[in-house]
Design a protein around this ligand. Sequence first.
Ligand SMILES: [Zn+2]
Length: 232
Amino acid sequence: MSVDVLAIGAHPDDVELGVGGLLHKLVSRGKSVAVLDLTQGELGTRGTPEQRLREAQEASRLLGIAARDNAGLPDGAIANTAEQQRRLIPFIREYRPQVILAPMSVDRHPDHHAAHRLVLDANYLAGLERIDTGQARHRATHLYYYHPYAESAMPTFIVDISEHFEAKMAAVRAHESQFYNPNGTEPETYISSKAFWESIEKRAAYWGSRINAAYGEALYADGPVRLDLLPE
Ligand SMILES: [Zn+2]
């Protein structure tokens, strides 16, 4: 199956935290979207890989994602190696996206940081005929980047997700083993704290405020972004 957009995250909740609103907006505008989680998040303090897989499927259903896969790379050990590049290439060739959304670099989580360069290089290599996976070669034309937790610098652009913020939060909430739950019994972590849960809305409201919208999501590009006309 081919899709318009492939969103790639290091862990099963990264794409929802970074671009969940944008994914829902894309689907609502008729674009097809697939998600690839690079790891099962098996190093996470809370939840099991099986539980996290179920949660990711439920989040996808809420966002209208056409397909979601897991590359099975090692949590905590994502690295831009030839072996991990070869694991990614078949997914890029299977989904044949025009646009890939990937983690941004300079991120305090080493997996997010490493995933940035890994996706960039795998996308390039996926376009080479002589890397044989039994599939037609394919290279996405555009790559844009997001941070799952917090921006490291001023973004290249901000997408207005005001109409899609509730859908984003519902999809984040679907990862119920990971986030704030006052009745939960699992040990508290940074992202399961009440402060982190509240920061998701504050962050979207902050980026929204920078473009005079209720909520926004921040993205980065490698160079200038083409526009048809001036933004309004
Ligand atoms: Zn992550």
